[in-house]
Design a protein around this ligand. Structure first.
Ligand code: HEC
Length: 285
């Protein structure tokens, strides 16, 4: 494959375009359909998280890939071994990248379990799709926007609340008791507090949100991809970590109306502490 192992996944994805990557994954998903296996549910769920952050290249699909575009081209079946190999090494001369250097071995195994499991449940059961909701109408509207993957807000692609969404950005439940106006300011802010620009020795750089680190490597979310992808970066690869100036919190440019902001904040409050009073327009304007 022409791609060096050092090419950041985010850049890679930008280079090849999301449709092609999406197509490759769909081919794998479809091919995996012929398989059935007894699998540990915990492994499937871990694999689902990895899939959501590392594989799903359109926010439209979440972890379940409900709205795939690729036709059912393949009817040949892939063994678990083959699936693992494809994920590790990629497919030569195609846009399917190898993930061996990007994911840890147990993560790849979980991913195989997850991909296999996808074909044992209906696409509707996508984990990114919020389940039934009992709450006030305003919070319900806010929740739909929060998790709507291709809407203007799509907070859930980066924030996790009520056990849904992906925790790229800070935990919002902890801020839920701020005044609505303070939250609006934080949501629309153009400056960031936690995001850094990570410069690598290969002269690439990307905006990153740190997840964890050990003596050898850092786990980060690469915010140059939409939705952000999880990456493990070896300390030896890092040249510098500097202030972020390029990455902007997406809602700042999403043109959200006051109504939408009020609804979203009403949902955050409801999800965090069961607030049912709602948020008035006057409180966010
Ligand atoms: C592409 C990912 C992404 C999306 C989409 C996104 N956020 Fe964020 N959000 C982040 C990151 C990363 C930060 C941390 C920014 C920083 O460094 O200060 C953040 C910060 C915040 C903060 C400030 C948190 C703090 O501790 O100061 C709030 C509030 C917030 N987001 C709410 C939202 C809401 C509400 C939405 C949807 C309307 C949303 N975000 C959409 C990634 C995202």
């Amino acid at each position: 494959m022409a791609l060096g192992g050092s090419l950041p996944l985010g850049r890679f994805v930008q280079l090849i375009g999301r449709e092609e990557l999406e197509t490759m994954f769909w081919l794998i998903l479809l091919a995996a359909g012929a398989l059935s296996a007894q699998t540990d549910p915990a492994s499937i769920s871990r694999g689902g998280q990895t899939f959501a952050t590392s594989c799903t290249e359109s926010a439209c699909h979440g972890t379940g890939g409900a709205a795939g575009k690729a036709p059912r081209l393949l009817s040949r079946s892939l063994s678990r071994e083959r699936l693992g190999r494809v994920i590790r090494d990629g497919i030569p001369n195609t846009t399917m990248p190898g993930f061996q250097s990007r994911l840890k071995e147990p993560e790849i195994e979980d991913l195989v379990d997850y991909v296999v499991s996808l074909n044992q449940e209906p696409a509707e059961a996508s984990a990114s799709k919020p389940a039934g909701f009992e709450g006030p109408e305003q919070a319900r509207r806010g929740r739909a926007q929060f998790f709507e993957a291709d809407g203007p807000a799509r907070c859930g692609t980066c924030h996790r609340i009520a056990r849904q969404g992906t925790a790229v950005g800070p935990d919002l439940a902890r801020l839920a008791r701020l005044s609505p106006r303070a939250l609006v300011t934080a949501i629309l802010a153009s400056r960031t507090q936690y995001v850094v620009e990570l410069k690598l020795r290969d002269n690439t750089s990307f905006p990153a949100m740190k997840v964890s680190q050990d003596s050898q490597a850092m786990e980060v979310f690469d915010l140059s991809a939409t939705p952000p992808v999880s990456r493990r970066v070896n300390r030896t690869e890092v040249a510098a970590m500097v202030d972020n100036v390029n990455w902007k919190h997406p809602p700042g440019a999403a043109g959200l109306t006051s109504e939408q902001l009020a609804d979203i904040i009403a949902y955050i409050r409801f999800a965090a502490y069961g607030d049912k009073a709602g948020v008035k327009l006057a409180d966010v304007e």
